[in-house]
Design a protein around this ligand. Sequence first.
Ligand code: SF4
Ligand code: SF4
Length: 297
Amino acid sequence: MIRGQIFNIQRFSTDDGDGIRTCVFLKGCPLRCAWCHNAESLSAAFELAFYAQNCIGCGTCVAECPTGALDLQNGKLGINRTACKGCMRCAEVCCAEALVQIGKSMTVTDVMETVLKDRIFYGAHGGVTLTGGEPMLQPQFAIALAKAAKAEGLSVAMETSGFGDSADYEALLPYCDLFLFDCKASTERHRELTGVEDTRILQNLDLLAAHGARIRLRCPIVEGANLDDAFVEKIIALAKRYPSIEAVQLLPYHNTGVEKAIHLGKQAQPIFTTPNPQTLAALAERIEQESGTPTVY
Ligand code: SF4
Ligand code: SF4
């Protein structure tokens, strides 16, 4: 049976597609955006998070660790991340939710059990949104989940960087009602800002549009990083070119991800500027006027 690596299931979401939705977060992403606010989504492997404020200094985890990676000094827990082998025994015995395993292996049936709890709230438009990370890094699971949700008569949306395999997007098409497709940076600066070129992403956008898929172009707006003229012109050009793009959505940067990286023992991320409402309004107006595509933020 296919299993997926899931790091969160968020119920009652209203920002990730039409109506009320349950968002299923698949772990792992091939991109490395400079402003990523989901540090726990990047690695496909399970990870150990430490919430120091929850730790009661009982030392149970230290005794359980087979590699000596944990150490309690004056009631404060230290983690040697290099020595940690990720066995998660410490998280299993920590009763204070201070050490927590990020990521869970689930079957489609497991996920659907949670999804269907809210069926009564979905109405005609709500349903499931597959997100991440990059859901197309686990294509077999993502497609099987979309298929199961469709079989239950639910609306299915996918948030994607567009960096999956074209064949997988084609296979998903019959089971996906809406693509929330990222446009992250100008072509010229795409590798610098996200770690990958945008060639394959643009090919996949072209493929979905050629099939008449419903697409919303989702564009992070990060002052001091991706916000330049070339990026804005790219958004306008794509929205103009593809009638399949029904709307452009501008996503203003926020720095809520900074804390998450610290809990995972990762390097603190750079902090950028959140664009002010005037900047966003002017940008939305320009994109809408020049592309003729409704633009929201
Ligand atoms: S088991 Fe949990 S609460 Fe106890 S020392 Fe370890 S992290 Fe802290
Ligand atoms: S995950 Fe395993 S190896 Fe790592 S600190 Fe916890 S018990 Fe030790």
